[in-house]
Design a protein around this ligand. Sequence first.
Ligand code: SF4
Length: 335
Amino acid sequence: MNSLERYYSYNRYLHQTFGGKTYKVVVASGLTCPTRDGSIAKGGCAFCDVRGSSSYFGKQGRGNEIQDQIRARLPAIRERFGASHFLAYFQSYTNTYSDVEYLRTIYEAALSEDGVSGLCVGTRPDCLPDPVIDLLEELAQKSYVSLELGVQSFENPTLDWLTRGHDRQSSLDALTKLRLRAPHVHVCVHLIFGSPTDSERAAEESAQILNSFQVQGVKLHQLMVLENTELARRWREQPFSVLSLEAYTDRVICFLEHLSPSIYVERLYANATHNDECLAPDWSQNRWETHNRIRDQFESRNCIQGTRLIHTTPVSMSLGPSGCPENTSQLTASR
Ligand code: SF4
């Protein structure tokens, strides 16, 4: 068994979903985040170097400009990667943080472009009001829609340390509502492992929660200390512990072994966009060496996704009288 057969890779999921080579085309929505515009905080989440992401910010995201961005990027991507299907990827910032009319304009503009087979929309759990969820569901009934949900951690001490501005319950509520109100939307949860505040059970419990909600995918990142972030400022003031590659791989293996085999894994670790701006951990700068060492560990330890899954109890949920989800307490009952 090679390492790619040991877990449900994103490539396999895309191939099964679209039947051909599929590529994400990054598009800027022109939106910001509540942790940047002062609604919750200024300066962004502690780890976020939004400069290092591949899109830019500005009020350029109206429909025509979305189409211009796609038309400018798609031919080169088609030629370079030989892709036959494209997903418009609203990647950076909080791409549901606006009124629903604006969101409809930019999402529909992207979907109307030739060659675009669907949307990937990155957002935060606390920026999903019902009208936005309903819009996503409406679009998902006609086209592929994936919501990339930045949960980052299900543990409140870590969410505080990362200055996320939302708590665990906010993520559980968002996942519950998405499952109930938007069953056609594919949900891919983003998680960060390696904050000094993470508990020993963080990886295992995260997998159990994702199993319970029957999400479609997950994207893993190690905690990185990048220039121009609050973490960099703290690091210079007082360095904190970060994970060695071996310790990070232990967490990834624990997570995968507890994760349902039906959930695809889009990424096992992240690479620093600019090596000279990554202060720690140093292995974030060595893309292929890191890749090879993680996969070597998978093979030597015979890691296979879902092998430590004892049972998965899908959460039974309902919306309470206020429209808020009930029964999320069942999430921890499967421990
Ligand atoms: S992590 Fe996401 S929500 Fe936080 S500042 Fe960065 S883009 Fe915004």
